[in-house]
Unconditional design. Structure first.
Length: 248
């Protein structure tokens, strides 16, 4: 898999970004060709056209739209990785394992009796895909009886499971402070924990408030791989489901 250095323009932190690999319908692994040396762009507003990039399979020549490579920095910024246009890319990418890769940063839960299998992401093309991905992720974490309402309720709770509720913000704007506080109040009223997934990241106020309320925050990239953006999210990944925290 191709790896390129990426510097976050918000906090100047350096990352090594590995290209996501997708299976072409012909069966060959296909990856967007990254542009080395080009600066990553900070995503402050999403448009569906910018979120997709044309990729050519070097085995069969097929050209398809795939999610534009993105990286979630621990500072909360969501970065778009530059990609070379299909017409100028003439080399074959290094071989990679077929199928979508699972997240490599996630530790096993300390309470798990058996190793947790790799999470298999779902490519996000619609808002419903984002909710489905979050539901799959909660099941992967170990939550039971994950339920999705057919119609989104006025409370904006997209998922319910044993001991937890979740909101999935699939809009093109960073999730705001009000969303975090409303989710917390809904969880408080039903004596459960809560978790928030966002496609466009979070405002600084929202992140700060979530940290104070111990609400796990995740960012969804278009490959369907949730990335933790605060300590509560890291803890949820490590520990898995547990009893709701007592209300003081």
């Amino acid at each position: 898999m191709e790896s390129v250095p990426v510097r976050c323009p918000a906090c100047c932190r350096d990352h090594a970004y590995i290209t996501p690999v997708y299976p072409c319908p012909c069966g060959s692994p296909t990856a967007p060709p990254l542009m080395r040396g080009a600066p990553a762009a900070l995503i402050t507003h999403r448009t569906w056209n910018d979120d997709w990039v044309r990729v050519r399979c070097h085995s069969c020549g097929r050209r398809d739209q795939w999610p534009h490579p993105e990286l979630c920095c621990p500072c909360g910024a969501v970065l778009r990785i530059p990609v070379r246009p299909v017409a100028t890319h003439g080399t074959t990418p290094p071989p990679a394992a077929a199928g979508p890769p699972g997240p490599s940063h996630m530790p096993l839960p300390r309470t798990a009796a058996h190793p947790r299998p790799a999470f298999r992401p779902l490519v996000i093309r619609t808002a419903r895909d984002a909710v489905n991905t979050a539901a799959l992720y909660l099941k992967w974490l170990g939550f039971d009886e994950v339920v999705q309402p057919e119609v989104r309720p006025s409370s904006r709770i997209d998922l319910r499971a044993s001991g937890i509720i979740a909101q999935v913000d699939a809009t093109t704007r960073p999730t705001a402070l009000r969303d975090v506080e409303c989710l917390w109040l809904n969880a408080l009223n039903t004596s459960v924990s809560s978790v928030l997934f966002s496609l466009a990241g979070y405002t600084d106020e929202a992140r700060s408030r979530a940290d104070g309320l111990a609400i796990p925050l995740f960012v969804l990239d278009l490959t369907g791989t949730p990335q933790p953006v605060n300590g509560s999210a890291d803890e949820l990944i490590s520990v898995g489901p547990g009893p709701p925290a007592p209300v003081e």
